[in-house]
Structures are given as structure tokens and as C-alpha cells.
Design a protein around this ligand. Structure first.
Ligand SMILES: Cc1cc2nc3c(=O)[nH]c(=O)nc-3n(C[C@H](O)[C@H](O)[C@H](O)COP(=O)(O)OP(=O)(O)OC[C@H]3O[C@@H](n4cnc5c(N)ncnc54)[C@H](O)[C@@H]3O)c2cc1C
Length: 825
């Protein structure tokens, strides 16, 4: 009996110590004390002490441990270590990790998260949003831009240049605006709420491209020449990496630069002969300076001994003879300037390399180092702006549009789709704010930028699909009155650019995350690469035994947190959000455990098992997005009115994390491991559910009811009531219709019949006739009728207006079909 008690105490002690991440010394001391007490009660005999000493001594005496354990393990590790290309190494080294690393490590400190400063706009940034951004938006007519002109007007381009829209990232000393990442995000969100073309055109020069690269790596002359010109809009930049042969696999570009001697401005200099064929390049058709990525070779060894120098970035003025530029692609009816560029054997001096000749071959490093910043700002902000605009417009429409005598937003089926839009809008804003906030704290968040880019663009696509369904034919018939269809058409653009989403989910998020966020994996890899054997063993020993302790701890943490549903784990607040923190504690530990199990059982093969990697990345992403939601709720003062949005977003994310874990177990290559660990992580099965119908109803209500919660959901949107701003007009129509409803009820009550809620002009006349409403109230009904009709009506056109080739429609109906037939014949 004593022995059984001793074993139970030992197991409990090991569990508690592991759960709390105790050190090896602490473990050894605690077990020794328990054995000593056990000996006093005759429960631990000599055998127990021998076993203990045989394990504890070699582990605790560094010389013995390193000689007999670490050395052979290091040898084995070097054999099975995953191979990495230079481009992969550079991608992994680039950027920093932040809060996602805490989530990855199985034991997040919630106080730390809540203490990250809340991003704020400076007075200057706020004035820019209230001034130039509003003015610019008032200048843009989105239908004219997307359908009639297939471009922004020259006046809009001029305004963009003059007011520094292309220079938000450029430092003040060069004449730029030098805005915080948060301010850039707010500007882009607001622009997207009216025009995707506008936000794309503004987003690109402020993202990865010449401006960013020059500021980080440019020579003084390059900075002095280009940055003030970019800031004033005298130069329009683009950045060309993608080729027909190399899209996602951008490191494989076939475009070349050959170092050679040539004539430049009347003198023989060492330069390079460039040949490229690029496509999909945003702003290329109107660019004046082309940022170009190519592979540089030095066959004559004019620069040194290396023949293959590697990817290099240069700035090529498009006026250079031979540069082909100007043709346009047509990206999904969202016709921002985008097109191909070519050049063949164009000789330019080495000074054209960004950073000069010393940066030859450093292009990939430069790109991946800068990518994380732009990727965390532009696409997430554009997508977030899109979702928020869609949430407001759909809320208004669903409240105004009636069928079966009810606003459609009150129908349960519609509420389900609305809740998705509302929940995503809240979460998208929370995640984007948190991610750009990290940049303002000095981070270059490579993993977070991938998470945010992937999930915001996917949520935007889903939100717009839901919005289209809710709007019915109103969303489908295009024209100046349709504020959804371009977003619906254009959603795949954001999905594809800056790391197409399938690749981002399956390779990048966890691929970078596992190595960057794990507390020991990178240290192990680096130790194994050391040439000095002694230093390698010492470093590997530290990382490896830290790693083993970490894995044991995660096992016990996962076991306990799963068994108890995290019930006894720490949450910083004891209100309705406490359960989300606790589930996150649980999933964070499970993520850390499964990550080690996947790396341990699959080794280098994990790189090829993309779907395992994707699901681990999904869990990390859901943890990050949920923490952003909780942080936003706290930062905004824990407003109880917002709680349904918080609940919906947290429950949606956590259910997705649960699904990802479950699929991970069901598909884990080692079946025994999958089955056993599924029991550990889900001892009671899958207990989490997505948000209830009640929460979804509350979210739908928020979206349809003007008030503080709705305004917070749509902050930084362009809501000005002007003729070309559909979103602003919808907001006004919502207010007008809501103001008319009690008056309408008064009239129907007096009339003693149930009138339909339309032809409100006639209702106004009836009310006056019955003398139950005032002239002012009749006016409210008439205004509401105008707003109502604006909200539900769609555009129609003269047939010839729609045809791109007007000459064909002038020949009468059927001419287009006949012309096609003739051409085919
Ligand atoms: C409108 C637009 C604007 C753009 N602007 C620019 C620009 O300014 N400058 C520039 O240089 N480029 C630009 N691009 C290029 C963009 O970055 C690429 O389109 C993108 O990298 C994907 O390349 P791809 O289209 O050739 O797709 P592919 O690389 O052919 O990929 C096809 C599919 O395969 C998936 N895939 C590929 N490899 C993997 C993998 N290992 N695992 C899982 N899935 C994988 C991808 O996710 C994708 O779904 C732009 C593209 C578009 C469409």
C-alpha cells in the first residue's frame, strides 16, 4: 500500500512540476525528497534509490551528459536534420516573432498581451484621415473607375501624388509622411470602403517595393535622388518579381543579369546586361521606375570569385532604352494598373543595384526581410476595410429590405449569414490592429503577417459571398448603385497576391512558425551547424535538454487542461470571456505538444506533409486571432454591447481550432500516435460548439441598429453622405427608414388596416388625411421612401452602353453574335 501511495505521490509531483515547467534540478531535488520521505515510511527501498541515481546523476552532471548522451544524439540529429536551401534559410532568418511565439509555447501570459500598447493615431494622422482622405474619396466615382474608364481619373492621380498618398512609409527627412503602420492601415481601410482600385493603387507603393527597399538598403545617393521624388509623386514605382515561370516559387525566377563591361554615358564601365519577362506587376503600366528582381551572374569574375551571385534587386528608370512597359492585364474587373514588362540585354551600371554593387546577390534577403511589414499592413487592411464596409451596408440593407412583411434581417436564416459577416468584421479589425500595432512596436512580424494576410483575405471572401446572398438580385445587377459586386469579383486578387493563400496556409504559417516560434528548434539547428565540435555539443546540449523538458511539460499541461477543460487555468478576467482564455490555455498547450510530436515523428518529412503543417498553422492562427479579439474587447473598455461580437468570433475561432486538431489526429501519419493523443487532447470528445442561434441573433441586431456598438464595428469607414458614396447613402437611408417606422405604425393604427411598408408617400398622405401625423412627420415618411427606393433599386442601361465595342451595338440586336460567328468562320 505504501508503495502505491509513493508511486501516486511521485506521479503527481512530476505532473505538477512539469505543468509548471520546473527545472531539472528542481525535479531531481523534489524526487529525492519524496524518496527520502518514502524511505522513512519503508515505501522506497534500495532499488528505488539505485534507479533514481542511475537516471539523475548522468542527467545532472553536465560532463557525463554531454559525453554519453548529447554527443551521440547530435550525430544522429545531423544525419536526419532537414535540408534547407539558402532561400529557405533567409526566409526563416528574416523578421521577428512576437505574441504568436508565446501562443506557440503552450503557456501564454495574458497580462503581457493586455499590456501591449493600444495603437493610436497622432493628431497629424487623424487630420489626414479627416481631410485629404475624405476629399480624395469624394473625388472618386467607383463605377466610372471600374466600368467606364477602367482607371482612376488624372485628377485623382494628381491628388494622390500631391498629398503624399504614395509616401506614407517614406521618412519625413525625404519629404514623406512617415505614418505609423496603424495610420497606414486606417487610411487603406477607409479607401477600400469606397474603392478597391484606389486602395490597391495606394497600397502597393507603401508596401514592399522601391520605397521600402531604398530606405533600408539604398545608398545615400539613391536615397537622396529617389526618396524625395517618390514622396512628391515625381516617380511612380512598381516592383517586378513574378515571371511567367516563377510565381509562388519566386526564388526560381529565370530573369538574369550578367556582369560585363559596357558603354555608359560615353565611358566603359562594369555593369550588367539585364533580360527579364515579368507579369502581374501592379502599377507597371504607369510606372516611371521599375524595381526589378533578377538572378545575377558574373561569368568573367569581374566582381570577385563567385560566378552565381544570386537574386539581386535594382531600380531601372523606365526611360532606359529597351524597357518594355505599358500594356495592361485586366484583374477581375477591378482595373487597377497592372501589367507585364520585358527587357532584353539592357545594359545598366552597377549603381542601379539597390544598395550598390555590395548588395549584389542580397536581393532575396532584402525581400524577405521587408516582406513581413508590407504583408501585415496592405492586404489585411484592405480586406478588413472591405469586411467592415460590407457589414455596415448589409446591416442597413437587411433592415430596410422587407419580404413577407418583415425586414429580411429579422429572418433566422439571414441572421446566420449576417452573424458571420459581423463576427468577421469585429475579428478582422481586432487582428489587423494588433498586427500593425506590433510593427509600430518595432517588430517585423513574419509569422503574424502570414496569419493575418491569409485569414483576413479568406474572411473577406466569405463575408462578401454572404453579403451577396443576403442582397439577392441587388448584389447581382451591376451599376453605379451596386456597392458589392466589384468586391465579390475582386476577392480572389487579395487571395492570390503576396503569397497565394494555399501556399501561405500549407507552408508559410507553420513552416516559419515552427522554427521561429519554438523556443528550442532554431537553437538546435544552429548548434548542429557549428563547426567547432565542443561549442556545438555545449549549445546542442542546452537546446536539446531544454526541448525535452519543454515537451514533457507540454504533455502534462495538455493532459491536465484537456481533462479539466482548462477550468482551473488562469484567465485575467472572470466575466463571460474567462472561458475563452481557458480554452486557449488548453489549445496552446496542445499545439505545443503536437508540434513537437509532429517534428519528432516526421522530422524533415514534415516539410512535405503540407496538410499536417496547415492544420498546425490553423491552430496557431486561431489562437492568434482569438487573442486579438479579446485584446480589442479589453482595449475598447469591455463594452458589454460588443459582447455578442466577441463571443461569436471567439467561439468560431475555437471551434475551428478544435476541428483542425481533430483532423490532425485523424490524419496523423503514425496512426498509434494519432489515436493515443486524440484521447489525451479530447478525453470527453469535441466539446466546443460554434456560436448559438441566440448569439447570432444578437450580432445581426447590432448590425441593423444604429448605435455605439455598430459605429465601433464600422469605424474608419467612409460614411459621408454624398451622391457617389453608396455606403454613406445606405447609412442615411437606414436612419431615415428607422425614423419613419413609428410614424408608419401611427398611420396604420389609425387607418385600422395592415399596410405594406412601401409607397410611404401615400402613407404620408393618408396620415395627413386622417390627421394623425404632422406635416414634419409626413416629410419623414417621404424622405424614408426615397432612401428605401435607393436601397432596393438596381440599375438598368441602354443596351449599347454595356457593350465594350460600341460599333457592334450600333448595327442592331444580334450584331455581336453575328460578328463572333463571322470571326470564327
Ligand atoms: C493582380 C495581381 C497583382 C500582382 N502584383 C504583383 C506585383 O506588383 N509584383 C510582383 O512581383 N508580383 C505580383 N503579383 C504576383 C503574385 O504575387 C503571384 O500571382 C503569386 O505569387 C502567385 O503566383 P502565380 O499566380 O503564378 O500562382 P502559382 O505559383 O502558379 O500557384 C498556383 C497555386 O498553387 C499553389 N501553390 C504553389 N506552390 C505551392 C506549394 N508549395 N504548396 C501549396 N500550394 C502551392 C498556390 O497557392 C496557388 O494556389 C500579382 C499578381 C496578381 C494576380
Amino acid at each position: 500500500m505504501e508503495v502505491i501511495i509513493l508511486c501516486a505521490v511521485l506521479i503527481a509531483a512530476i505532473g505538477i512540476l512539469a505543468y509548471n515547467r520546473a527545472s531539472l534540478t528542481m525535479f531531481t531535488a523534489a524526487i529525492a525528497v519524496i524518496l527520502a520521505v518514502g524511505s522513512a515510511f519503508d515505501a522506497a527501498g534500495t532499488v528505488a534509490w539505485i534507479v533514481f541515481l542511475l537516471v539523475a546523476l548522468p542527467l545532472n552532471i553536465a560532463v557525463i551528459r554531454q559525453q554519453y548522451l548529447t554527443k551521440p544524439l547530435l550525430k544522429l540529429y545531423r544525419k536526419i536534420m532537414p535540408e534547407m536551401s539558402t532561400t529557405e534559410k533567409e526566409a526563416i532568418d528574416a523578421g521577428t516573432t512576437w505574441w504568436e511565439a508565446d501562443l506557440f509555447r503552450g503557456n501564454p501570459d495574458w497580462h503581457k498581451m493586455h499590456n501591449f500598447p493600444v495603437p493610436r493615431l497622432s493628431a497629424e494622422e487623424q487630420a489626414f484621415l479627416d481631410g485629404p482622405v475624405e476629399e480624395l474619396l469624394a473625388m472618386v466615382d467607383d463605377w466610372h473607375t471600374t466600368h467606364e474608364r477602367a482607371d482612376l481619373t488624372p485628377e485623382v492621380y494628381q491628388y494622390l501624388k500631391e498629398k503624399g498618398f504614395f509616401a506614407m512609409i517614406i521618412k519625413k527627412e525625404y519629404g514623406g509622411l512617415e505614418f505609423s503602420a496603424y495610420a497606414q492601415s486606417c487610411v487603406l481601410q477607409k479607401l477600400t470602403s469606397k474603392s478597391m482600385v484606389l486602395s490597391s493603387v495606394v497600397g502597393v507603393p507603401n508596401s514592399l517595393g522601391p520605397g521600402e527597399l531604398l530606405q533600408h538598403y539604398g545608398t545615400d545617393e539613391q536615397k537622396k535622388h529617389y526618396l524625395p521624388r517618390l514622396a512628391k509623386g515625381l516617380e511612380v514605382p512598381c516592383f517586378a518579381l513574378t515571371s511567367p515561370e516563377a510565381g509562388s516559387d519566386a526564388g526560381a525566377i529565370p530573369d538574369t543579369g550578367i556582369i560585363c563591361k559596357g558603354q555608359w554615358e560615353g565611358q566603359e564601365v562594369i555593369g550588367m546586361r539585364l533580360t527579364w519577362n515579368k507579369r502581374y506587376i501592379t502599377l507597371a503600366p504607369i510606372a516611371t521606375v521599375l524595381g526589378l528582381a533578377f538572378k545575377l551572374y558574373d561569368p568573367e569574375k569581374l566582381l570577385g570569385e563567385t560566378e552565381e551571385l544570386g537574386i539581386t534587386c535594382a531600380l531601372i528608370p523606365v526611360s532606359t532604352p529597351g524597357v518594355k512597359i505599358g500594356r495592361r492585364h485586366f484583374p477581375l474587373n477591378v482595373p487597377f494598373q497592372n501589367g507585364p514588362t520585358q527587357g532584353e540585354n539592357i545594359f545598366v551600371p552597377l549603381d542601379y543595384i539597390i544598395g550598390g554593387a555590395k548588395m549584389a546577390g542580397q536581393g532575396w534577403r532584402m525581400l524577405v526581410e521587408c516582406l513581413s511589414v508590407g504583408r501585415a499592413i496592405t492586404l489585411p487592411s484592405n480586406s478588413t476595410g472591405g469586411i467592415k464596409a460590407v457589414a455596415l451596408a448589409t446591416g442597413a440593407y437587411a433592415r430596410i429590405r422587407r419580404q413577407f412583411r418583415l425586414p429580411i434581417g429579422k429572418m433566422e436564416g439571414v441572421e446566420e449569414a449576417m452573424a458571420r459577416i459581423g463576427g468577421y468584421a469585429y475579428m478582422a479589425d481586432a487582428s489587423t490592429t494588433m498586427s500593425v500595432g506590433s510593427i509600430d512596436l518595432g517588430e517585423k512580424p513574419s509569422v503574424i503577417s502570414a496569419i493575418t494576410k491569409y485569414h483576413m483575405t479568406e474572411r473577406m471572401r466569405q463575408a462578401i459571398i454572404d453579403a451577396m446572398d443576403i442582397h439577392g438580385g441587388k448584389g447581382i445587377c451591376m451599376g453605379p448603385n451596386n456597392y458589392l459586386a466589384r468586391g465579390y469579383q475582386g476577392a480572389p486578387v487579395a487571395i492570390t497576391v503576396e503569397g497565394a493563400n494555399i501556399l501561405t496556409r500549407n507552408m508559410i504559417i507553420y513552416g516559419q512558425g515552427a522554427i521561429r516560434c519554438h523556443p528550442y528548434v532554431l537553437a538546435e539547428l544552429q548548434a548542429a551547424q557549428l563547426d567547432d565540435q565542443g561549442a556545438a555539443v555545449t549549445a546542442f546540449d542546452k537546446a536539446l535538454f531544454g526541448h525535452i523538458g519543454f515537451a514533457i511539460s507540454n504533455f502534462f499541461r495538455t493532459f491536465w487542461l484537456s481533462l479539466t477543460g482548462g477550468a482551473f487555468s488562469g484567465a485575467p478576467y472572470s466575466d463571460a470571456t474567462a472561458k475563452y482564455y481557458r480554452q486557449m490555455n488548453r489549445f496552446s498547450a496542445a499545439m505545443a505538444l503536437m508540434s513537437d510530436v509532429a517534428m519528432g515523428t516526421l522530422g524533415g518529412d514534415l516539410k512535405r506533409r503540407e496538410r499536417i503543417s496547415a492544420r498546425l498553422g490553423d491552430i496557431l492562427s486561431m489562437l492568434y486571432l482569438t487573442s486579438a479579439v479579446l485584446k480589442r474587447y479589453n482595449d475598447e473598455g469591455r463594452k458589454i454591447d460588443d459582447l455578442p461580437l466577441v463571443q461569436w468570433a471567439c467561439e468560431d475561432n475555437l471551434a475551428k481550432a478544435q476541428l483542425a486538431l481533430n483532423e490532425l489526429f485523424d490524419n496523423f501519419p503514425n496512426r498509434v500516435v494519432g489515436v493515443v493523443l486524440k484521447r489525451v487532447v479530447f478525453p470527453w470528445g469535441r466539446t466546443l460548439r460554434k456560436a448559438s442561434d441566440v448569439i447570432e441573433h444578437q450580432v445581426a441586431r447590432i448590425m441593423q441598429t444604429p448605435g455605439e456598438a455598430r459605429s465601433r464595428l464600422g469605424h474608419h469607414m467612409y460614411l459621408t453622405n454624398e451622391p457617389q458614396n453608396q455606403l454613406g447613402l445606405m447609412e442615411q437611408a437606414l436612419l431615415d427608414v428607422l425614423a419613419a417606422e413609428p410614424i408608419f405604425d401611427k398611420v396604420t393604427h389609425a387607418a385600422g388596416k395592415r399596410l405594406p411598408f412601401f409607397r410611404l408617400n401615400e402613407v404620408a398622405d393618408l396620415g395627413l388625411e386622417l390627421k394623425v401625423i404632422t406635416e414634419a412627420e409626413a416629410g419623414i415618411l417621404r424622405t424614408a421612401e426615397k432612401g428605401r427606393l435607393f436601397a432596393i433599386n438596381v440599375d438598368d442601361f441602354e443596351p449599347e452602353y454595356l457593350a465594350a465595342d460600341k460599333t457592334l451595338t450600333q448595327q442592331g440586336p444580334g450584331a455581336v453574335a453575328k460578328d463572333k460567328k463571322d470571326k470564327a468562320a
